[in-house]
Design a protein around this ligand. Structure first.
Ligand SMILES: [Zn+2]
Length: 418
């Protein structure tokens, strides 16, 4: 009997690619099985997903997501921010605007203890946003050549994934940690609740479809634009942890701002690598252009030489990579709890050098662009201990699979896998 059970348990280990989420999992209620995962090599692959480049809306929002949204409690004060022009978000009817504790907009300079902001001491958390794109394969080849594919988190744009599914799969198959960067890279605080559902949910669906059913556990808001309303939807509906950054390379400004070049970004990285190690560095970098990738690749040898612990987001905090899997290989958990209520009534932390609500439309760095050379001492002291808070917070949302869970998974797979 035990031998038979072991054989059953081995089934999901052997199959990495097919959609293998047990049919009775809470995740299966939220994420469609799509009659089997869409074939990324098929010309009709993209037709399984909403149009690229715009927030999914209307009939693209599945009823289970709407039902889940209705079941959660949003913060009492949850206005949709006003987006003016390309890139200014404001809360005109709220005293203190985005800095109100009720709102806590990172674009305005506020973050909460549940946000991933600082990193553990001596740790450089390596993240690349906005892929997959033209420069991605160069980066993936470099990471692989340096045996650090599994030490990077890729915050991918859902529309980009659908446009280049083979590149997304290359990141996954190479061992990279895949996370969510929304569907169409809009300022999320300016979107309706339903649009936020679409932005997060469809990116999660695309990642799940291409990774054998892995449900992402982390997301990073484009431009860092998040507030308590969006934080709550991300966590309570989809179980996503909000990942920000405490250092911005400003690599996204190369090509648009003459002050930023490959050399200047290398200088920024140099400053960090030679600078304080407490807290560690949770960096904002991009895989959008060959220049952003080149700056990182040129600097990387110094990371190891100076003894920084390079880590993907999840590993830096001792957490699982996905809500229903430890990593890119191995079993999916048979049981998990996607979402749950989130406490936004938390002490918030303000940046000491408040930035304007304006942001460049070209990348993520609205809130984090004030000081290219690094984080201030006030931020440092304010956020000490956050890694532990984050770890506890995130750990409560995942279920470590025991033997019973694996056995249940195997049984479900026998009945429902395709
Ligand atoms: Zn971005």
């Amino acid at each position: 009997m035990i031998a038979a059970a072991a054989a059953l348990v081995a089934l999901p280990i052997a199959a990495a690619a097919p959609w293998m989420q047990p049919a009775d999992s809470p995740a299966a209620a939220l994420f469609k099985r799509q009659n089997g995962p869409p074939n990324p090599a098929s010309p009709d692959f993209a037709t399984h997903y909403p149009p690229q480049g715009q927030p999914p809306n209307g009939t693209w929002i599945p009823q289970p997501w709407l039902d889940k949204l209705k079941s959660i409690t949003l913060p009492p004060n949850n206005p949709v921010a006003t987006l003016t022009g390309c890139c200014t978000v404001q809360y005109p009817n709220i005293a203190q605007g985005g800095m109100s504790p009720d709102i806590c907009s990172f674009t305005a300079g506020c973050h909460t203890p549940t946000d991933f902001f600082d990193a553990p001491n001596n740790t450089f958390v390596l993240t690349f946003d906005d892929g997959p794109g033209d420069a991605s394969q160069t980066l993936y080849t470099f990471l692989k050549g340096n045996n650090i594919s599994n030490r990077a988190t890729h915050f991918m744009i859902g529309g980009n994934i659908v446009g280049a599914p083979s590149v997304a799969q290359e990141a996954f198959n190479g061992g990279g940690h895949i996370a969510v960067h929304t569907w169409s890279h809009h300022y999320t605080t300016s979107l309706s609740n339903e649009q936020v559902l679409g932005e997060l949910g469809w990116t999660m669906q695309a990642i799940a479809d291409l990774t054998g059913g892995r449900i992402p556990a982390y997301w990073r808001p484009p431009y860092g634009d998040v507030d308590n309303r969006v934080r709550t939807i991300a966590k309570a509906v989809f179980g996503l942890e909000t990942v920000l950054w405490n250092r911005d390379t400003n690599d996204w400004k190369i090509g648009s701002d003459p002050a930023y070049t490959i050399e200047s970004v290398k200088g920024i990285l140099d400053g960090w690598l030679n600078g304080p190690r407490s807290p560690g560095i949770l960096a904002l970098e991009h895989e959008i252009t060959s220049a952003t990738v080149e700056a990182f690749m040129a600097e990387y040898p110094k990371f190891a030489a100076q003894n920084w612990q390079v880590s993907a987001v999840a590993d830096a905090y001792g957490l699982d990579w996905y809500q229903n899997a430890v990593g890119n290989t191995g079993d999916l958990f048979a049981t998990l709890s996607v979402g749950g209520q989130v406490n936004t009534n938390l002490a918030v932390t303000a940046r000491p050098t408040s930035t304007s609500a304006s942001a460049s439309p070209s990348a993520d760095a609205a809130a984090g662009s004030s000081t290219p050379s690094g984080v201030s001492s006030a931020e440092t002291s304010a956020k000490t201990g956050n890694a532990q808070n984050n770890k506890q917070n995130a750990a409560s949302s995942v279920v470590v699979p025991g033997f019973g869970a694996l056995l249940a998974a195997a049984g479900a797979l026998l009945a429902f896998a395709f």
